[in-house]
Ligand binder design. Structure first.
Ligand SMILES: *[C@@H]1O[C@H](CO)[C@@H](O)[C@H](O)[C@H]1NC(C)=O
Ligand SMILES: *[C@@H]1O[C@H](CO)[C@@H](O)[C@H](O)[C@H]1NC(C)=O
Ligand SMILES: *[C@@H]1O[C@H](CO)[C@@H](O)[C@H](O)[C@H]1NC(C)=O
Ligand SMILES: [Ca+2]
Ligand SMILES: [Ca+2]
Ligand SMILES: [Ca+2]
Length: 304
């Protein structure tokens, strides 16, 4: 009888955790009450924060004893990691990226925090769990954290991000980013979401892209930027003149090479990055200016 109840509970728990899974590159940890991912490629603090944010998580801080324990389990021996604690808004006012003050039971490395040369606004954690302040521009590994939320559900695009929509005509999912970024950050955002800057492989897909653009009128975007272009996944790879997709194919090989009339025009100061107009016709565009962009995602990516 008890065994049966246990089995039943087990099944319920299994089904629930399958439903509520976040992404398969993150590991659930009871002590953290959520998912963690160790990011082994060192980044400066701002890039670390951004990558976690774009992955749908936050840069992890040892907010309490259990969270610290969970983070230390993921940290490699003798490696310092960045935490989400920072004073980049106001010197000495350390808060986690969730806005919480430093845990009052936190242990500090001897002599820390010392704001050495008035240049240290970010907190690291040693592999024994002690904190210190360091320069935010240096690079360290870090951990991203997604707190469990019973409302999160993966959709047909394999993500809890409800801005991804499946298009039956192409078998891909797309997200139109209305918050503008420069091309390299747009690339980063799509990758962090488990996708890539959209690659148009056919006229059918161009139609889908035009339809997605139509759902995002200029009035739906906040800020001062040109709202009739969006970055997509092609680039001149530093060889000005030839455009290849981010997968290295010529546009023709990829299946769609229709530029807008008069484009590519390499407008003044040079345009090396790929974009589309609202028509889904292609255009070359300034990489370092910020524009909307479109990510494409395989519904199976991020799903285990
Ligand atoms: C989706 O596309 C597939 C093949 O492209 C087709 O067989 C199917 O009928 C389509 N489903 C809907 C709902 O349009
Ligand atoms: C585009 O313009 C930039 C600077 O204006 C120039 O350096 C580059 O060679 C041009 N590319 C082509 C293909 O004309
Ligand atoms: C060249 O392309 C840019 C956008 O990439 C556009 O703003 C500009 O109007 C184009 N110039 C001409 C002459 O078509
Ligand atoms: Ca220090
Ligand atoms: Ca595609
Ligand atoms: Ca252009």
């Amino acid at each position: 009888m008890f065994l049966r109840i246990f089995l039943l509970l087990g099944i319920i728990v299994c089904v629930a955790s399958a439903d509520n899974g976040f992404r398969c590159d993150y590991t659930y940890d009871d002590d953290a009450y959520g998912w963690l991912k160790y990011q082994k490629v060192p980044a400066n603090w701002h890039d670390a924060r951004l990558r976690c944010h774009l992955e749908g998580a936050v840069l992890a801080s040892p907010l309490n004893f259990r969270m610290r324990k969970a983070m230390l389990r993921m940290t490699k021996a003798n490696f310092d990691i960045f935490t989400g604690y920072h004073a980049t808004f106001s010197k000495e006012d350390y808060h986690s990226v969730e806005g919480l003050p430093v845990d009052k039971y936190a242990q500090w490395v001897t002599g820390e925090p010392d704001n050495w040369e008035n240049s240290e606004d970010c907190l690291y954690m040693t592999s024994s769990g002690n904190l210190g302040d360091m320069n935010c521009e240096l690079t360290r590994p870090y951990i991203c954290y997604k707190k469990y939320n019973p409302k999160d559900r993966r959709n047909e695009c394999g993500t809890i991000d409800s801005d991804y929509h499946f298009y039956n005509s192409t078998g891909s999912c797309y997200k139109f980013h209305r918050v503008p970024r420069k091309w390299s950050r747009a690339f980063m955002a799509c990758t962090a979401e488990g996708g890539y800057l959209a690659i148009i492989n056919s006229k059918t897909e161009a139609k889908a892209i035009a339809a997605i653009f139509a759902k995002n009128p200029a009035t739906s975007m906040v800020g001062h930027f040109w709202k009739d272009v969006a970055f997509v996944g092609f680039h001149d790879w530093g060889e000005h003149g030839e455009y290849l997709t981010i997968e290295g194919q010529t546009l023709k090989e990829a299946g769609y090479d229709l530029f807008s009339p008069g484009e590519p025009n390499n407008s003044t100061t040079g345009e090396y990055c790929g974009s589309v107009y609202r028509t889904a016709l292609l255009n070359d565009l300034w990489c370092e200016n910020s524009y909307a962009f479109i990510c494409e995602k395989d519904p199976k990516s991020l799903v285990c």
